[in-house]
Design a protein around this ligand. Structure first.
Ligand code: CO
Ligand code: CO
Ligand code: CO
Length: 348
């Protein structure tokens, strides 16, 4: 017996947000169900958004979300940090302030030591503390595979809710984290990633979208979402569908991990990227100059990705400068909202 630390990613089949049920499957399962109607339900299931919003008074609403998944990195503490940053992200994407959280845990007690569970929860607690969020409880079941995440509740003013809707022609699109975490974590699982890129992707995934959200609150933002399992183009498709607007993405301006591009060129693409392309590819038109590896990267399922912000054109440069000044180093204008063709994403 060696004393080598366990490699969490070798104990699970899925990884991170890439373990989501294939897009389309959930739509089919829920299609036609009798969903609740309530005048205080401001954002609900009828239109997929990052979180649900329920009005309590005229100037206070509650924002609720839940996210959990299997590990995409080997270190239990870092996995806990990433899962917490990812779960909080949906509240920030709505423009809300997270306040309380509950752990959601599935743990293989027969095959993993309890110290692993402790480290995962410790990592989650560290990020909750950083976010000013109080852990109020949780639920743990025994399961063949480790999964961890949180249900998070926050607050928001009912007039200040940011959804995926409401794109305006002329808006600039700002992205706050590099894309490629699905490809890089696939390389980590395969033992191909070196310590430097593993550390970089882990740090980015564990970084809260709090600074980005607090910064964007000072600008004229029309819509926002966070980039997770459906990838950059999958989430953009959710913003563009029925918007009446088009979107143009400047492929060269999208921040990404250079290693992810190399691995994509070698065909190291997570299955989720193909699912995303199958489901949302019909919205997207790639220019002749956009190589296949970049196309794959833009459909790559992200774990704890950045915010994608639609900001008034005249404020885009100032928003990017403010984001960078607040530590959001990767922030960049990646495209713009166009008057047409409607409901189309053009990548050039
Ligand atoms: Co989201
Ligand atoms: Co989510
Ligand atoms: Co939103």
């Amino acid at each position: 017996m060696t004393d080598e630390p366990i490699r969490l990613t070798s104990t699970v089949k899925g990884a991170g947000c890439a373990a989501k049920l294939a897009p389309g499957d959930l739509d089919r399962a829920l299609c036609g169900l009798d969903l609740p109607v309530d005048p205080n339900l401001l954002v609900g299931l009828e239109r997929a958004d990052d979180a649900g919003v329920y009005r309590i008074t005229d100037d206070l609403a509650m924002v609720q979300t839940v996210d959990f998944f299997p590990p995409m990195v080997d270190d239990p503490y870092q996995f806990g940090r990433i899962a917490a940053a990812n779960a909080l992200s949906d509240i920030y994407a709505m423009g809300g302030t997270p306040r309380t959280a509950m752990n959601v845990v599935a743990f293989p007690a027969k095959t993993l030591d309890l110290s692993v569970l402790r480290a995962v929860i410790e990592g989650g607690l560290a990020v909750l503390r950083e976010a000013g969020v109080v852990l109020v409880g949780g639920h743990t079941i025994e399961d063949p595979e480790l999964k961890y995440g949180l249900s998070v509740t926050g607050f928001i003013h009912p007039d200040r809710i940011l959804t995926k809707r409401n794109l305006k022609a002329g808006d600039r699109l700002v992205l706050t984290k590099p894309v490629g975490t699905g490809i890089v974590t696939t390389a980590i699982r395969g033992g191909l990633a070196d310590a430097a890129v593993t550390e970089r992707v882990t740090r980015n995934m564990a970084t809260l979208n709090r600074a980005a959200a607090e910064t964007m609150a000072k600008f004229t933002v029309h819509a926002c979402t966070d980039i997770t399992g459906f990838g950059l183009l999958g989430h953009l498709a959710e913003m563009v569908v029925d918007s009446g607007c088009g979107v143009r993405i400047d492929a060269a301006a999208v921040p990404c991990y250079p290693e992810a591009l190399q691995w994509a060129a070698m065909g190291l693409i997570p299955a989720g990227a193909y699912n995303n392309r199958d489901f949302r590819g019909s919205f997207v038109e790639f220019g002749a100059g956009v190589p296949r590896r970049l196309q794959d990267l833009f459909f790559d399922p992200q774990t704890s990705g950045g915010l994608l912000i639609a900001v008034a054109a005249g404020e885009a440069e100032a928003l990017v400068a403010a984001l960078r000044a607040n530590g959001v180093a990767a922030a960049a204008v990646v495209g713009e909202v166009t008057a047409g063709p409607a409901d189309r994403i053009v990548v050039e």
